[in-house]
Design a protein around this ligand. Structure first.
Ligand SMILES: [Zn+2]
Ligand SMILES: [Zn+2]
Length: 548
């Protein structure tokens, strides 16, 4: 007689295991009543006390429940006890079933399960303690990628609310929100993160704070400011994906250029009444946002830029009627596209998805990429300098640029610098020296006669200016910006990396402010290579300015 291994389980545990196996096999369904005690005693050849011990084991594992005066019932297995069932049932499943399955494994008898991705480790989440647990059941979901992802959300209105909400729920680890607007009553009807008591507060701040509330495990940062002039390119450079939640063409054009320059994908969304569209743009892959502009739109933008002060004014006006429902739909699609980009999954770059909520139709069309598009330009290697925009003078920057590029180095600003305002009527000239964004439309009018004055401005600096002692910040350079210098042969790109800790920390609303910074530092790669998509030596390229 062969020697049997000594069972480590008690008889009651063995019986409990057999009953658990019956639940797994489906012979006992959730809600089914167990057979009466006498029948079970007979089936397993055990005493009443052993049976009751076995039932207690199952009850303790939340697999069955007693209904007083009726009997025992099978509970619905949930994600927290499914692992326990398997453990209990281990070794107790019907021995005949296994070899039979093995023998028939190669016979195609119906739809077969897809093999689990071998690179994805099997994780059995604890759904009581792990808020992201169910995502692990999605075959392609990679928790680490999502938790390490850095997403820039431009705009904290209706779309921005939806997008940031989704990103926070999905556990996207690092979210940066920028918006220059404040909350008013009309925003409350389509912004789930805003409360009535938020009236007058900054949209970006409130959205970031509420995202942190929704999921305290993520890291958030906000900037109350204008993306066109106040966001350092070094922020864009350290993002994985940018999501545009904008309502105007000027800001989209700026985001498009920044994304292209820093070689980052961006997801645009637009809504109006029950219509919406989503577009993914990836540098070097098909059309970009600027490619999609019609001749009329280009002319319109060019006219506005011919009077830059007026252009800025107009951006603040255009309001488009939308519903919270279309914002949810389009914001959800944007979030999903970003999620796919984070996972390195294919996206349809250079195409547009139109959604018509009136007819419930959706269609995708491809845009034509324009050969002569002004946006198609990617920065080369960025030199990280231990400089800060606040304390570095224009002279300092010229010293560095000249050491690299020679005496004829020029520095090209992203926005116009207003040097003076001249009244054609009074013939008076007022020296200004302020970035365009800081001169209001009203201030541009002559204080004496009220005429809109002509602006003298420049974006190209030669190093012979009278204001070389001015700090970069006072000339409109945002913290952590990447500046461009060039000579007749080449471009150089300099980042004010000394601003990094203050400009990009993701620790707003953190209880312990030091925690995320260590992660941030370890992720920074010095002298990161950026592929040149195309090298054309046109010094006028890149500025947010359109030919008429
Ligand atoms: Zn383009
Ligand atoms: Zn005047």
């Amino acid at each position: 007689m062969p020697i049997q291994p000594i069972p480590r389980k008690t008889l009651a545990e063995v019986v409990a295991g057999k009953l658990a196996a019956s639940i797994l096999d489906g012979r006992l369904q959730p809600g089914n009543q167990l057979a009466p005690e006498r029948e079970l005693m007979h089936e397993f050849v055990i005493s009443r006390s052993t049976l009751r011990e076995a039932l207690k084991v199952l009850a303790d594992h939340e697999l069955i429940e007693a209904r007083p005066g009726i009997g025992w019932f099978v509970r619905v297995p949930n994600q927290s006890n499914i692992a326990k069932i398997h453990k209990l049932a281990a070794g107790e499943r019907e021995p005949v079933a296994a070899p039979a399955r093995a023998a028939s494994a190669d016979i195609p008898t119906g739809p077969r399960r897809l093999p689990a991705a071998p690179e994805k480790p099997l994780r059995i989440p604890n759904l009581h303690t792990d808020r992201l647990g169910t995502f692990d059941f999605i075959s392609w979901w990679e928790r680490e990628k999502v938790q390490q992802a850095r997403v820039l959300v431009v705009g904290a209105g209706a779309l921005g609310n939806e997008v940031v909400k989704n990103l926070a729920l999905m556990g996207v680890g690092y979210i940066y929100v920028i918006d220059f607007d404040t909350i008013e009553a009309a925003n409350l009807s389509r912004s789930p993160l805003f409360r009535e008591s938020d009236s007058g507060r900054r949209k970006a701040e409130v959205v970031a704070a509420r995202a942190k509330e929704l999921n305290p495990a993520i890291h958030v940062q906000y900037l109350h400011g204008d993306v066109i002039t106040q966001l350092g390119l070094g922020v864009v450079r350290r993002m994985d994906v940018i999501i545009g939640c904008l309502d105007n063409r000027e800001a989209r054009l700026a985001v498009n250029r920044f994304a292209y320059w820093m070689n980052k994908p961006w997801v645009d969304g637009a809504i109006q009444e029950l219509l919406g569209l989503v577009r993914v743009f990836v540098p070097g892959q098909g059309a970009c946002f600027e490619c999609t502009l019609t001749e009329e739109a280009r002319r319109d933008l060019a006219v506005r830029y011919s009077c830059p002060l007026l252009a800025r004014q107009n951006v603040l006006l255009g309001k488009v009627p939308t519903t919270p429902t279309i914002a949810s739909i389009i914001g959800a699609m944007q979030s999903q596209e970003a999620l796919k980009i984070i996972h390195g999954m294919p996206v349809e770059a250079g195409k547009v998805i139109h959604f018509n909520g009136m007819t419930n139709t959706m269609h995708t069309t491809a845009y034509l990429a324009r050969e002569d598009c002004e946006s198609h330009w990617t920065y080369g290697e960025v030199v990280e300098l231990p400089l800060r925009a606040e304390t570095t003078t224009l002279q300092d920057l010229f010293s560095i640029a000249r050491a690299d590029l020679g005496a004829d180095a020029l520095i090209e600003l992203d926005q116009e610098l207003i040097l003076a305002l001249e009244c054609p009527h009074c013939k008076t000239i007022e020296s200004v020296l302020q970035p365009l964004s800081e001169v209001s439309f009203e201030a541009a009018h002559c204080p004496a006669c009220g005429t809109l004055r002509e602006t003298q401005m420049t974006h190209l600096l030669t190093g012979t200016e009278t204001f070389l002692n001015r700090s970069l910040a006072s000339l409109g350079i945002p913290p952590l910006h990447v500046l461009r210098a060039y000579n007749a042969q080449e471009y150089r790109f300099y980042e004010c990396t000394g601003d990094l800790d203050e400009a990009l920390h993701f620790n707003h609303f953190e209880e312990s402010a030091n925690h995320p910074r260590t992660i941030l530092r370890s992720r920074l790669r010095l002298g990161e290579e950026v592929q040149l998509a195309e090298t054309r030596g046109n010094p006028a390229r890149g500025r947010v300015n359109l030919r008429p």
